[in-house]
Unconditional design. Sequence first.
Length: 385
Amino acid sequence: MTETATSARPPAGGDDEVLVDVRGVKVHFPIKRGVIFDKVIGYVYAVDGVDLQIRRGETYGLVGESGCGKSTLGKAILNLEPPTAGSVLFDGTDIASLKGEELRRKRKDIQMVFQDPMSSLDPRQSVESLLVEGMRAHGLDADGPSTARRLRELLAAVGLPAAALRKYPHEFSGGQRQRIGIARALSVEPKLIVADEPVSALDVSVQAQVINLLEELQDEFHLTYLVVAHDLAVVRHISDRIGVMYLGGLVEEATADDLYALPLHPYTRALLSAVPVPDPTVEDTREQILLTGDLPSPSNPPAGCRFHTRCPWRQPTRCDDERPALRTVGIAGVPAGHRVACHWAEQIESGELKPHAVTPEMIEQVDTSSDHEDFIGPASVTEAL
C-alpha cells in the first residue's frame, strides 16, 4: 500500500470546457510468483493517484523521465489499461466503468497515435485497408464512393498522395508511417487524440514536420490532444498546458509559458536545467541541477514525497513521511492554475531554503509474501531494465 495525498482539484472553468476529467486514477500491476499457482507478492505502482483536466481544443503535454508512468496514464485514459482505482470522465461519461460494446462505441471519440509507427501498423494490410478498418467498425463506410473520397481527404490532410492507398507500411519512411498513423486516428472523427511519444522515433527535421502537422490538424478538425513526451522542447512548442510526472504522480502543472518561466518543483527545475541553451554566456551562468541516483523502483516507491531521495532541497521534516498534495501556492505572480506538489515550494522560490548535496540511498525492500519468502525486487528502474 502507498499513502496518497488528497490533491486539490484543478481550477475549473465551466463544465462545458472540460473534455477529460481524471480523478484519483491509479494503475497498479500485480507482481506474481509461482510455478503452478500464481501468488501476488506485490504491485508495481505505475500510476498512483493522478488528478488532471483537459479542456476542449487544448493540447495537454505530459512529461517526465522513462518509467514515471506517463504512457500508462495515457493508456488508462483510453481504458487500454483499466484503472485500478479512480475515474476518467470523458465528455461526462466515466470511461473506466465502460465495458464491451459500450466501450467499443465510445472509443470512436478517443484515438491514439503510437510511438513506433512501424509496429503499430499491420504490415500485411495496405494503407487503404488500415484506414477503412476503423471506419467500418464504427459504421462510417456507408457507400463506396463516399468512403473513397473520405480516404483521399484523409491522406491529403496528412500530406500524402492518393497513390499511397495501394502501398504497404514497409514502403514508407518513418515520418510517412507516422502520418499514416495520424490519418488512421482521424478516420473515425475523434474528439481526443492521445499521442504517445509521436516524434521520438523520427529524425529532427521530420519531427518538426509532424509537430506542425498536428497543430494544423487540430485547427482544422477541432481536436483535443494529450501529448506524452520526454523532449521538453517539443512539449513547449506544441502544448497549452503541461503536467510533469515523477514516479506515478503529478508533481507540477502549469501553462507552458508559466512552467518554463518559473518552475517551482525541484524535479521540474532539474529537468529544465538539463536543457541546453544556445547562448554560451547564459549557459555558463544559469542554475544547473544534477540529480544523484536512479529513479526509485515503482514497485517500492519511497514513503512521503516520492522525490525526496534525490531532492537537493530535502528537509528533515515532512519530506520523508508526508506525501505532498498537488496545490496552488502563495507566491506573488504565480497564477492559480499553477499547481505544485512540494511542501517547501514557497521557501525554495524565496531563497529561504538552499540546495545541498544529496547522498544516494537504497530503498529497503518490503517483505510482501505471506510465508516470508525473500522477495528481492529491483532497487531502481535502471536495474529493472
